[in-house]
Ligand binder design. Structure first.
Ligand SMILES: Cc1ncc(C[n+]2csc(CCOP(=O)(O)OP(=O)(O)O)c2C)c(N)n1
Length: 289
């Protein structure tokens, strides 16, 4: 382990040189350092895509699974070991497309995890097809007459469902992104941090095009005001709003009731239960009303 950067991994990075994903990688590692976490306290979870490669480049626990399936894996990790800081790193195709259903149901369950969505508005690993956030009309390799479908506004969906924390950062501003990630990880419950991540190879516009359009939330924006958060995200150009957009009300965390039934113990701290204990535990679930 590197004494000066305990999260540094020596794996060769496969992203294009100059990819804004490097900024997200820096922000993630800096956030862990700011929170004084050690590698064994963190678990990164991902599916498939360029964004999903991020856990390969960090020294910590990680699970890299199927396309769109990072969130259910993270839910399982959080349920079994709530002491681990569980962070999903995912592309918007992975999270809002293939994994869209999991995203919706995670909003209902409120696990204490942070979901970092690299939104480059395309499927980058498979070379630039339209994704659920590609603007309508944009011509893509498979959408030769322009995208016809309307883009998904998942940060707004997250606000609508009272996610614990909703923020948006910019990959080319790792310091601001690091601050957002620290807040997201500290906030109990489901935190969604969408990151505007221009793709310098398959995207339509350079990083500067996005930078000019960023709209940081006003200093007097009240993130507990749900209607104000929705207005920011839904009005024209809501896709460029950055900063802490929403803080939802405190809700029960996924697994809390389940752990209460196990006398407060996390699964990872339990001795393997006897047959009698398993039967006693299951009885509560198997009773017919
Ligand atoms: C079930 C399934 N469908 C499709 C693919 C092919 N595939 C691999 S990566 C990818 C796109 C990933 O895009 P995104 O999640 O936006 O991440 P990015 O590469 O842009 O970071 C696709 C479609 C796959 N691996 N599995």
């Amino acid at each position: 382990m590197n004494r000066f950067d305990p999260f540094k991994d020596d794996v060769e990075i496969q992203w294009c040189p100059g990819c804004p994903n490097f900024g997200i990688l820096t922000a993630v590692k800096k956030a862990f350092l700011d929170l004084q976490l050690e590698p064994h306290q963190v678990c990164l979870v991902s599916g498939i895509g360029q964004a999903a490669k991020l856990p390969h480049y960090v020294q910590c626990h990680f699970f890299n699974g199927l396309h769109g399936r990072a969130i259910p894996v993270a839910l399982g990790i959080h349920a079994a070991n709530p002491e681990l800081i569980t962070v999903v790193t995912t592309g918007e195709g992975d999270c809002y497309g293939e994994g869209g259903n999991h995203f919706l149901h995670a909003l209902r369950r409120n696990p204490n995890i942070t979901v970092v969505v690299h939104n480059n508005e395309i499927y980058a690993l498979t070379k630039g097809q339209a994704s659920p956030t590609t603007p309508p009309g944009e011509v893509r390799s498979l959408q030769v007459h322009g995208v016809e479908a309307w883009p998904l506004n998942m940060p707004a969906v997250a606000v609508l469902h009272d996610a614990a924390f909703v923020a948006r950062g910019f990959a080319a501003d790792p310091d601001q992104l690091k601050d957002l990630l620290v807040k997201a990880i500290r906030c109990p419950g489901l935190s969604v941090v969408e990151v505007i991540q221009p793709c310098i190879t398959w995207g339509r516009y350079p990083v500067s095009w996005y930078r000019e359009r960023l709209r940081p939330v006003a200093p007097d924006h009240d993130p507990t005001d749900k209607a104000a958060a929705l207005r920011l995200l839904c009005e024209a150009d809501g896709r460029f709003v950055t900063g802490v957009i929403f803080r939802g009300p405190r809700r029960q965390l996924f697994g809390e009731r389940f752990r209460a039934a196990l006398e407060g113990k996390a699964l990872v701290h339990m001795e393997f239960p006897s047959k009698e204990e398993v039967a006693r535990f299951l009885k509560g679930f198997l009773q017919t009303p």
